[in-house]
Design a protein. Structure first.
Length: 246
């Protein structure tokens, strides 16, 4: 009987904690309703720092607030590890969020340049066909693949919906098969524009939205296997080092 009462008490305490956390989240959302009207709040959860809550915005930004939502700060939270090194807790949390975002994207909608021989690593690249450094990176695609690295392209037309880059990328992604998409990607990055094709429901804008949620603001933007976001062009040899490919 005593064991039963102890279990019941423990369950009650757990339920009360869950309810309290739910109330605090509601309080925070209510307190930040003005901010939410401008930039929607995606998630509210307890932060790694006791007494604070982490608020993730649709823009990809993170802020930290007290439990009432009356005060908040914007920026990264750091922890000093036992060996004295600084750990960016905000970035660590974002890594997992990015991987979830990438997993939510239909894998068949990526344009993949496979590794030669054994695949040792993979990298996801948000790209724009009009971007100088995207083109520079693509010129090294054979070298990257030769190192055993697979490149998965997702679309991110920086000029937005209806721009020439968006329409070109629609045509690339609407090709009939993956080999043709790869050929058109290479041609588009060499100023050979593919014929307009609006016969499919293009994933380009939805992929750009995924990129924005992942914190992408420019191209190329590389997401490594652990969720790390690397903005800008990275040479093949340096990329191999980052992915720990020998």
């Amino acid at each position: 009987m005593r064991k039963f009462l102890m279990m019941a008490a423990a369950l009650f305490a757990f339920a009360a904690t869950v309810q309290a956390e739910g109330d605090k989240e509601a309080d925070i959302r209510n307190a930040l309703r003005g901010l939410n009207a401008m930039v929607p709040i995606v998630e509210v959860k307890p932060a790694a720092f006791p007494g604070l809550y982490q608020v993730t915005l649709k823009s990809g930004e993170t802020l930290y607030t007290n439990e009432s939502g009356s005060h908040f700060v914007v920026g990264d939270m750091f922890k000093v590890s036992e060996n004295g090194a600084l750990v960016n807790l905000t970035e660590e949390a974002k890594k997992g969020d990015r991987l979830e975002l990438l997993a939510s994207n239909d894998a068949s909608d990526t344009i993949n340049f496979a590794a030669e021989g054994e695949k040792k690593a993979s990298v996801t690249v948000f790209t724009d066909v009009d971007c100088f450094y995207c083109r520079k990176l693509h010129k090294e695609i054979a070298d990257i693949n030769a190192l055993g690295i697979e490149v998965r392209y997702l679309a991110f037309p920086r000029a937005g919906a209806g721009s020439p880059a968006h329409l070109t990328m629609d045509s690339v992604w609407c090709a009939d098969d993956e080999e043709t998409r790869k050929e058109l990607m290479t041609k588009a990055k060499g100023d050979s524009l593919p014929q307009a094709n609006s016969s499919c429901e293009s994933p380009v804008l939805s992929q750009m939205n995924v990129g924005r949620k992942a914190g992408v603001t420019g191209t190329p933007a590389l997401v490594l296997e652990d969720g790390t976001l690397v903005p800008g062009y990275v040479p093949a040899a340096r990329l191999a080092e980052m992915l720990q490919v020998n």
